[in-house]
Design a binder for this molecule. Structure first.
Ligand SMILES: C[S@@+](CC[C@H](N)C(=O)[O-])C[C@H]1O[C@@H](n2cnc3c(N)ncnc32)[C@H](O)[C@@H]1O
Length: 393
């Protein structure tokens, strides 16, 4: 691992050198002023340094958090509780995530955890992917990486196989990690992307590393409006995963821009802030902990279109015998035939879920928009012959 750290530090300096050279050339050519350049470099480094020192030094355990933004209370399924009960105490006490970011049907997958912290979710995924799978955790904070790395042997012994590695790196520069493009089946992340200064770079990097049919399944914090700069600059609000949060609609736009064409919400919960000082600072802004799943399927359409297709869940996914939940509005009960839009059909047919479903139909006939699944026809569909409703042409 320490060779990895040295390598990543070296490549980090190479890239910083390139950026600095570019910016100084820009000053010489009059593109940016010296003030603008220095401000940009300082702002980016300051936020990363602040976040690292918050998670590496300020917080010692999850009890030190001032809000539940990073640690929302959720009910874990029994098999996840069983795995959590086997994890090392230090891995658990330095967990600062929100929500459950582990989807179903993981056996044999290659998984990456963005901002893996003390490694809790990596070790849960390790057990679920099994000895044929592989899990990589990436984090930029040395103290957290050290804790994660220290308990690799402990977990390998518990589970009977070793399939986890940790790499030091910035999730805004995923292309620099020692991971081949299009080699991952699944990317998970638990309350981290809000801490990144360039969220689009994170999503673009994730898209590039995923195989076609792969997905990023992650929990994070979103706000109901854009956050004013003075709150973004507040180190505690930022470190507590609040003021770096994206306005949810900006998140959807960015996701679609990088190629995740139909983001699906799996669950969402309002975040409560108990600390009075922080509550006063955020005023009317509401924050939500949301789990999204974004699938890399280039043929997805911008809306749910109806091709007359249907599917039936076979009840064969582990721990999901009775029903499989794709997202917050698609629950597939075992044995029941359900009509689906073209996008949902692809999410089940062109992914690791295929073997667990029966499928009917194809894309040869289009029947219009799939009502009740997002979009609806923008016209008055009533057929009236009265004079008042005369057509304009
Ligand atoms: C809220 S904690 C969540 C940690 C972990 N996912 C968990 O559930 O315990 C945020 C973690 O993300 C890491 N982090 C934040 N920004 C990062 C970035 N740009 N690159 C890599 N790691 C980052 C921090 O070092 C910290 O360990």
């Amino acid at each position: 691992m320490f060779d990895d750290l040295k390598y990543n530090n070296f490549t980090k300096y190479q890239s910083e050198f390139r950026v600095v050279t570019f910016l100084y050339l820009s000053i010489l050519l009059g593109i940016y002023s010296e003030d603008q350049t220095i401000k940009y470099l300082t702002m980016k480094n300051n936020i990363h340094d602040q976040v690292s020192s918050y998670y590496g030094e300020t917080l010692q355990t999850s009890d030190d958090l001032k809000t539940n933004a990073c640690c929302t209370d959720i009910e874990y399924p029994r098999h996840i509780k069983d795995i959590l009960s086997q994890l090392h105490d230090e891995t658990m006490s330095k967990y600062y995530g929100c929500g459950l970011t582990i989807p179903t049907n993981l056996e044999g997958l290659r998984v990456l955890d963005l901002g893996s912290g003390s490694g809790r979710d990596c070790y849960v995924a390790s057990k679920l992917v099994g000895k044929e799978g592989h899990v990589i955790g990436v984090d930029m904070t040395d103290e957290q990486l050290k804790v994660a790395d220290a308990h690799k042997d402990f977990h390998a012994e518990k589970f009977g196989f070793a399939n986890v590695e940790f790499q030091k790196g910035n999730i805004e520069e995923l292309g620099k990690l020692d991971i081949e493009k299009e080699s991952l089946d699944l990317i998970i992340s638990n309350c981290v992307i809000n801490l990144a200064t360039d969220k689009k770079a994170v999503l673009q990097g994730a898209y590039d590393l995923l195989k076609e049919g792969g997905e990023i399944y992650f929990s994070d914090v979103y706000s109901d409006r854009r956050i004013p700069q003075d709150l973004v600059d507040d180190p505690v609000l930022y470190g507590e995963c609040l003021s770096g949060a994206l306005y949810w609609n900006d998140f959807l736009t960015i996701s679609k821009d990088v190629g995740f064409l139909d983001p699906r919400t799996v669950s969402s919960n309002r975040i409560t802030i108990e600390d009075e000082e922080l509550m006063e600072k955020v005023g009317n802004i509401n924050f939500y902990s949301v789990t999204y799943r974004l699938m890399k399927l280039p043929k997805l359409e911008s809306d749910c279109e109806d091709y007359g297709q249907a599917v039936r869940y076979k009840g064969t996914i582990d721990h999901n015998k009775d029903a499989f939940e794709l997202d917050d509005h698609h629950l597939f009960e075992a044995g029941r035939i359900k009509t689906v839009c073209g996008n949902t059909y692809m999410m089940l047919h062109d992914t690791r879920f295929k073997e667990h479903f029966d499928f009917w139909g194809d894309f040869s006939t289009h029947y219009g928009i799939f009502e009740g699944c997002g979009g609806s026809a923008p016209f008055n569909t009533e057929n009236t012959n009265s004079d008042e409703a005369a057509p304009c042409c």
